[in-house]
Design a protein around this ligand. Structure first.
Ligand SMILES: Cc1ncc(C[n+]2csc(CCO)c2C)c(N)n1
Length: 227
């Protein structure tokens, strides 16, 4: 059996993913022990994260080499703005946070570093680089969703159940698989230097995913005394 490029990516981030599954934000989503204030903080930061992330799909659509892929990325931009962000708007409504307040969220350092890195890669790099930098977002959420769906009561939890159901759904899994397949197609025929660059983007944004959980858990704005 031939190994895929994404097998190499998986190997390279396995220790970070293992740590992510043990982070108290992630375990708390599953067993319900996550403090609601951390979850609210996450929702607000994630909302502005998604505004930037949707632009990654728009740029991917622009850079795509064929019409089918271009249309799929354009659809993903729409799904992020109107599907995934709707989950956030609904949670915000439950918390009494208005749309205006959500959208006006000031970025934390980690959120800004993460999206700025991805957008830089998207503007300066190839489509393969762009996809390698955005893939940890979707792939890691699917891994987390599948893990949490196995935790007793997680899918039915009255606050966090909706989150777990969304990211463990088959529909979401199909999206992750599609992006993984695109990554493998784009990596095909690349030389070692190019593959190493893709791996580096993937590792950096995987680490930033971990830092995002940690930032939200601790409700961190900027990691110094100038908040
Ligand atoms: C920090 C952070 N990382 C990943 C996701 C998950 N996510 C964001 S966009 C997208 C693709 C489909 O809309 C997915 C899966 C998130 N919400 N926040």
């Amino acid at each position: 059996m031939t190994t895929k490029f994404t097998d190499r990516l998986w190997k390279s981030v396995a220790p970070v993913w293992a740590k992510t599954h043990q982070h108290p934000f992630v375990t708390g989503l599953g067993d319900g022990t996550l403090p609601v204030e951390s979850f609210k903080y996450y929702m607000k930061q994630d909302y502005v994260y998604l505004i930037d992330y949707a632009k990654m799909f728009a740029l991917a659509s622009t850079k795509a080499y064929d019409l089918t892929t271009s249309a799929k990325f354009a659809g993903l931009q729409e799904a992020t703005l109107n599907g995934e962000m709707e989950l956030h708007r609904q949670y915000a409504e439950r918390f009494g946070i208005s749309r205006e307040e959500l959208e006006a969220t000031k970025p934390s350092f980690v959120m800004l570093a993460y999206t700025s890195y991805m957008l830089r890669v998207a503007h300066q790099g190839s489509l393969a680089e762009l996809v390698s930098s955005l893939l940890p977002c979707t792939w890691s959420y699917w891994e987390i969703g599948k893990h949490l769906a196995k935790v007793e009561g997680a899918l039915e939890h009255e606050l966090y159940g909706e989150w777990v159901r969304m990211y463990s759904s088959d529909e979401f899994g199909q999206l992750a698989i599609w992006l993984i397949d695109v990554m493998n197609e784009l990596a095909d025929g690349k030389n070692e230097q190019e593959l190493a660059r893709l791996e580096e983007h993937f590792l950096y944004t995987t680490k930033m995913e971990y830092m995002f959980w940690d930032m939200a858990y601790r409700k961190e704005m900027w990691p110094c005394e100038i908040n």
